[in-house]
Design a binder for this molecule. Structure first.
Ligand SMILES: Cc1cc2nc3c(=O)[nH]c(=O)nc-3n(C[C@H](O)[C@H](O)[C@H](O)COP(=O)(O)OP(=O)(O)OC[C@H]3O[C@@H](n4cnc5c(N)ncnc54)[C@H](O)[C@@H]3O)c2cc1C
Length: 441
């Protein structure tokens, strides 16, 4: 059996970061990856010469972001696109009222101001919330403190439901009260016109990568680990397991002996979400000019409420919308044509007969991906923010979990994945590694 200093399971950003830092230190490291590519949930499609990020696309705030620093060091071109964090008014947004008509600017500003007022109230309400409170509970408490009529409350309530879905892919009653605590944006948001996958590709350079190795068992003891795959077993002194929470909770990958506390409890309280991207390419750009996004309010906005104009990035008229939370679960088995019809019905409310049939549609299926089982993890009701870091508690001195779900400060992101990989490598080496070693030569 081949023996390594460290085996890293998973070649996403977390695993590649850990492997790169350990290899730099002279350790013998192998990365076992189930897919035939690196990057995991960072995945760029290049069909027909168009660059489409099917997984992560944004850096949600470049200030002090290790991913922004790595991208700059790797020469990755970025483009500012500051609406990714479901912000109400960071950049121009065309809001349409419940009747489908575009709101006058003054009404749109008032709506955004209402959201900011509720958010200011929410800080205290969330801080004082019971351990089993949901995001619905705290947002209702915050809304109750505003002296508004029912209509005004309902518009903001819808927005808060959509934010829970678009940010965490979870229905508002299923998300913990603290589930959006770390949802802050520091600086501009940017995307990668040439594809986010350049990041994992750069991180992977020079590593001993074993692609198409599906790990089924991780057996650990004081003596080290044995990792079994469909292509044989590998031994190591230590291992970093970076598979998504959904894989870790499934029978597809078994850890023996089972994960101890506090890791097991934390894992039980985190769940994979339902969050899919729907890209629609059109012959012409029939929607509002000069805006980053289009949003609609009212009962018709339950599923399809926000569209992002990617035309300038993709060089062809393109809208991105999300099936998030209940919409993702319910449309999961729909044929593509039905999804398109459902989305176009809403766009038609806003733009009438200017709406065209798309020439090309791309819909993701992260829920059906056996190596992801959803897009990212969310905090179920009853979980606390500490569950993220608890998940990374080193086990028996030999087993380390890393990945987006193991990072408390801004989980569910690429920076969280990178920082968690950096932490796992630091724990194994027993010293603090400067973060810039991730991207320096
Ligand atoms: C649709 C979507 C949109 C997103 N948008 C953003 C965004 O805009 N900004 C942002 O910052 N983040 C975003 N994210 C989240 C971000 O992509 C993830 O947080 C991050 O990429 C996770 O990295 P990771 O290394 O923790 O996990 P992964 O990238 O999932 O890496 C884990 C690896 O383990 C492998 N693996 C799984 N099972 C096995 C097995 N049995 N054996 C061997 N290998 C296995 C997987 O194939 C994968 O390569 C988005 C994600 C999705 C899906």
């Amino acid at each position: 059996m081949e023996h390594f200093d460290t085996i890293v399971v998973g070649a996403g950003v977390a695993g590649l970061t850990a492997a790169r830092l350990l290899a730099r230190d002279g350790r013998r490291v192998a990365v076992l990856e189930a897919r035939d590519r690196v990057g995991g949930r960072v995945w760029t499609d290049r069909t027909d010469g168009l660059v489409t990020d099917l997984g992560a696309s944004w850096i949600h705030g470049v200030t002090d972001s290790p991913v922004a620093a790595a991208a700059a060091a790797f020469g990755m071109r970025t483009a500012e696109f500051t609406v990714g964090g479901y912000q109400p008014d960071s950049r121009p947004i065309a809001y349409h009222g419940p009747d489908g008509e575009r709101l006058p600017d003054a009404d749109a500003h008032r709506f955004a101001a209402d959201i900011h007022d509720v958010d200011a109230t929410l800080l205290d309400v969330v801080a004082a919330s019971a351990p089993d409170a949901s995001y619905r509970d705290v947002t209702e408490a915050a809304l109750a403190r505003q002296a508004w009529d029912a209509e005004r409350v309902q518009r903001v309530r819808e927005y808060l439901e959509h934010r829970s879905e678009e940010q965490y892919g979870a229905w508002i009653e299923d998300l913990a009260a603290h589930g959006l605590d770390d949802d802050s944006i520091d600086g501009d948001e940017v995307v990668f016109p040439e594809g986010y996958d350049r990041l994992p590709q750069q991180l992977a350079e020079g590593l001993d990568l074993r692609l198409e190795h599906v790990v089924s068992h991780v057996r650990w003891s004081a003596d080290g680990v044995v990792v079994s795959t469909d292509r044989g077993s590998f031994a190591a002194d230590t291992t970093v397991v970076t598979v998504p929470v959904g894989v870790l909770k499934s029978d597809d990958l078994v850890v023996e002996p089972p994960l101890p506390e506090p890791v097991a409890g934390a894992l039980g309280r985190l769940e994979m979400n339902a969050f899919e991207k729907v890209f629609l390419r059109f012959p012409t750009r029939f929607w509002d000019d000069g805006v980053y996004a289009i949003r609609q309010q009212g009962p018709e906005s339950r599923w399809w409420h926000s569209w992002y104009d990617l035309t300038s990035l993709h060089g062809t008229p393109t809208l991105l919308t999300f099936a998030a939370g209940p919409a993702a679960r319910e449309t999961r088995d729909w044929p593509e044509g039905l999804v398109v019809e459902s989305v176009l019905a809403q766009l038609t409310r806003l733009y009438g007969d200017r709406v065209e049939q798309p020439t090309h549609v791309h819909r993701t299926d992260w829920q059906g991906d056996p190596f992801a089982r959803g897009s990212y993890a969310y905090m179920t009701v009853g979980s606390s923010t500490a569950d993220h870091d608890d998940l990374a508690t080193p086990i028996g001195g030999v087993l380390h979990l890393a990945g987006e779900a193991t990072w408390t400060d801004d989980p569910a992101t690429v920076p969280a994945a990178m920082l968690s990989g950096h932490r796992a490598a630091s724990n194994i080496l027993g010293r603090d590694i400067p973060i810039d070693e991730v991207w320096s030569n």
